[in-house]
Write a protein that binds this ligand. Structure first.
Ligand SMILES: [Zn+2]
Length: 283
């Protein structure tokens, strides 16, 4: 880095862009375009919280799809596409996606199982889900897996990434990334992210604690609406809590802080989830 070192990330990004006139023009056009778009306000499912985000459903889907395709290319040799674990993940994901799809009918849901030791799973903006085999011993059964998928899918339907991007003032960068197919080479794209101090893609920004808690709540109701016993979710979070106290806490636990109070919060939402579960059973 040159003389720009020490200035704000935005100035450094600007310095980088100005050195590339054509890119700067394209970015300017995109930035003007996105600034003209107002935020759309949406209500989160289940918790009914009002939030304002700029990225549309279509933009979120494109951000998520770009990241998903990159992951599938990088981990092509780890993709599991048959066998009992594959079938379990597809079976549970389909039921959770059917429920989440009522809140986000535009999203296109896909799930991929990767052979990886870490206990982890995530859902990208727009509905692309990745599950690592390492989480299956902790989820233990379909209801446990439904708890994890319900939680992850809730991050997507509650537009937590878009909200995060908004909060970090990265909307314009996200817009530029979306235009990346024309404006950037992959190395330029990574350079801009590095300048901004973003470790990975904008879609991988960590969630806040309140978003995690909200995903727990929505996810619990989702798994119950999909026909899984919500008490199984409490049992799952207790297993996570126990596992996170071990020598090597599961990745999922470090991304999603497993505390005793978290189990208590989930327990508090069980009556609401039980009503959803009863409704499922009566239909
Ligand atoms: Zn989470």
């Amino acid at each position: 880095m040159s003389s720009a070192t020490g200035s704000s990330p935005w100035k450094r990004v600007l310095a980088f862009l100005v050195a590339r006139p054509l890119i700067a023009i394209v970015i300017a056009a995109v930035v003007v375009g996105i600034s003209l778009l107002g935020t759309h306000s949406q209500q989160t499912p289940v918790t009914h919280r009002h939030e304002h985000v700029k990225l549309t459903d279509a933009e979120q889907m494109r951000l998520g799809s770009q990241q998903y395709e990159k992951t599938l290319r990088q981990d092509a040799n780890q993709i599991i596409s048959s066998g009992p674990k594959y079938e379990q993940v597809q079976r549970v994901a389909q039921r959770i996606a059917a429920v989440a799809g009522r809140d986000k009918p535009n999203f296109v849901w896909r799930v991929t199982l990767l052979r990886k030791h870490e206990a982890n799973a995530y859902c990208l903006p727009g509905g692309k889900i990745v599950v690592y085999t390492g989480i299956l011993p902790v989820t233990r059964n379909d209801a446990g897996l439904a708890t994890v998928l319900g939680h992850e899918v809730a991050h997507a339907t509650a537009e937590h990434s878009a909200e995060r991007i908004e909060r970090e003032h990265l909307t314009k960068v996200a817009a530029a990334i979306l235009a990346g197919g024309v404006a950037f080479t992959p190395s330029q794209y990574l350079h801009i992210l590095a300048l901004l101090g973003v470790g990975g893609a904008a879609a991988e920004l960590p969630f806040s604690r309140s978003q995690e808690s909200e995903a727990d709540h929505i996810g619990l109701v989702y798994m119950a609406r999909a026909g899984y016993d919500p008490h199984q979710a409490v049992a799952f979070w207790q297993r996570m809590l126990a596992a996170s106290k071990g020598k090597e806490p599961p990745e999922f636990a470090s991304d999603h802080p497993s505390t005793a109070s978290r189990v208590e919060h989930v327990r508090g939402w069980v009556p609401e989830a039980e009503r959803a579960y009863a409704q499922y059973q009566s239909t």
